[in-house]
Design a protein around this ligand. Structure first.
Ligand code: DAH
Length: 349
């Protein structure tokens, strides 16, 4: 076989293989096999020494010409493949900027937060300002100034979380009523506030008892405030929350910080007062406690009980939701089950 013939076969095979190299890796492998240090053409050039001296120059030239041709073919192929590779990666990475964005999961306010906002709005229209108080209280505000004596069962460690007994007795507030005294200490009549917030009791949990729950306290103090004002305000609340046909009921009850004290109820909107599962067949739903502020409470904050009178009330916020929306178990509110909470989801404003 002449030198030219073997170069021609190498050339033919090399160009055919390069033509079929579909990606950069195959092309690089091709370069290694034909043009690399151990490649076929290099081996051929090394073998030239075995030729007779007069044939060597021509064979060397022919081999170098082929080497240049193959190198040029490789460079062209490599450039084309690299461009194709870039195109492919760009196509893979492409983002369709005209597609709508992914909707992020947007939360909603908690039903208790919604109810507090609703109650605040209703009372704002009746002239009540919403104020907030501390959840960690002294026994002085939580009990003493509310005319709750130290032997009262509500002060028992069994239903109160006591945080510190060293100097002042520090407790988690058991109701929002301590804000009555705090508010009156800070301002002079006329006073009209509502106080929403968390309360805590050391309590065994069941469908109607939680160790953490929310109340909304109300307090109005001025000259000539009477029980008629209290009844009017709570009647309006019931109608706003549960509908214009609602009737309210007041019955005598005892709370140390009011005299007289009442519990108040609204006729059940679900059965219209006939009796159903939600009102436990009584036709009435109990909304909370209320009464005329006790003279001792007024005295305790330096108000003159001869001049000023007032009313106070306390609502259970979860209780309002349970009554209005037919929630059977108070534990659902802090249970963090999204299936429950989503039923109250509202668009955010
Ligand atoms: N603080 C009372 C409780 O937690 C509720 C209450 C009753 C509040 C009568 C009042 C009231 O303001 O006048 O049981």
């Amino acid at each position: 076989m002449t030198v030219q013939t073997s170069l021609d076969t190498i050339r033919e095979r090399a160009l055919a293989e390069l033509g079929t190299a579909a990606d950069l890796a195959t092309a690089r492998d091709w370069e290694r096999r034909f043009l690399g240090a151990k490649g076929e053409l290099t081996a051929f050039l090394r073998g030239l020494g075995a030729l007779p001296a007069e044939e060597r120059p021509a064979a060397g030239r022919a081999a170098n010409t082929l080497k240049q041709e193959l190198s040029a073919a490789y460079a062209a192929r490599e450039t084309a493949l690299a461009a194709a590779d870039l195109d492919r990666r760009l196509a893979e990475d492409a983002v369709d900027v005209t597609l709508p964005g992914r909707q992020p999961a947007v939360g909603s306010t908690h039903p208790v937060t919604q109810m507090i906002a609703e109650l605040s709005d209703i009372f704002a229209l009746m002239g009540f300002q919403t104020v907030f108080g501390p959840e960690v209280e002294t026994a002085h505000y939580n009990f003493d100034l509310l005319n709750i004596p130290s032997d009262h069962p509500a002060r028992d460690v069994w239903d109160t979380f006591v945080l510190d007994t060293d100097e002042a007795e520090i407790v988690l507030r058991t109701h929002t009523s301590p804000m009555q005294a705090r508010t009156m200490e800070q301002r002079q009549p006329p006073v009209r506030v509502v106080v929403p917030g968390r309360c805590y009791r050391y309590e065994a949990q069941d469908a109607s008892h939680e160790w953490m729950f929310h109340q909304l306290e109300g307090l109005a103090v001025d000259e000539r405030i009477t029980m008629a004002d209290l009844k009017g305000v709570l009647r309006e609340l019931a109608r706003q929350l549960f509908g214009p046909e609602r009737r309210v009921r007041f019955r005598c009850d005892f709370f140390p910080f009011v005299e007289p004290g009442v519990d108040f109820a609204v006729d059940c909107a679900i059965c219209g007062g006939k009796g159903c599962r939600v009102c436990k067949q009584t036709g009435w739903l109990e909304m909370g406690g209320a009464g005329m502020v006790h003279p001792k409470v007024l005295q305790g904050v330096g108000y003159d009980p001869e001049r000023y009178t007032g009313f106070a009330f306390g609502l259970g916020v979860e209780r309002m939701l349970m009554m209005r929306d037919g929630v059977g178990d108070v534990r659902a509110f802090a249970g963090n089950d999204l299936r429950f909470l989503r039923q109250f989801a509202r668009a955010q404003v």
